[in-house]
Design a protein around this ligand. Structure first.
Ligand code: WNU
Length: 152
């Protein structure tokens, strides 16, 4: 990310406030700030589409998104939850080496996401054992939620 130092510092302290990244070493966090892209989405815009390939991880810096997913026996995708500032998504396709498993849709104009690509995500997670274990468990739990939803 090319930006002023003031902006870099803002992103640094914002990322520090994200629970997932709280304990990440200073230099790792600084590296993430260096390689971040910022993406902007309007209300109703799809950030992620279920079934597509994906190579990015997102952290919400502004706004709100809806998570929806195809469920057996339902014609329209069902809403699973909403996520807001400081929440993140898109880790599952990266960790499970699978296609996107849900839709992510912006519910506001000017939703802003910090985007980390697969290489940088792997570096961030790979060098930090606890983070890796935490995310793997969370992703396994999401798969169980998916199965349960489809079994209803
Ligand atoms: C869910 N099932 C599935 C969420 C975000 C982060 C964490 C929950 Cl650690 P992807 C679609 C994304 C997926 C997840 C997100 O949607 N998601 C869910 C579910 O019940 N995905 N399959 N809830 S919000 C959320 C936990 O990030 O990653 O790359 O794309 O498959």
């Amino acid at each position: 990310m090319k930006s002023t130092q003031a902006t870099q510092e803002e992103y640094f302290s914002f990322l520090r406030s994200v629970s997932l990244l709280r304990d990440l070493p200073e230099e790792k966090l600084a590296k993430i700030v260096d390689c971040l892209e910022i993406e902007y989405f309007d209300k109703g815009e799809y950030i992620i589409r279920e079934g597509e390939e994906g190579n990015t991880f997102f952290i919400i810096a502004k706004g709100e998104v809806r998570v929806t997913q195809t469920t057996e026996g339902c014609t329209a995708p069902q809403e699973i939850k909403t996520l807001g500032v400081g929440d993140y998504f898109g880790e599952k396709a990266l960790i499970s080496e699978d296609v996107r498993s849900a839709n992510i849709i912006s519910t506001e104009n000017d939703t802003q996401c910090l985007v980390v690509d697969r290489d940088n995500f792997n570096q961030m997670v790979g060098t930090y054992e606890e983070l890796q274990v935490y995310l793997k468990e969370y992703v396994a739990e999401l798969s169980r939620c998916d199965e349960r939803r489809n079994a209803l």
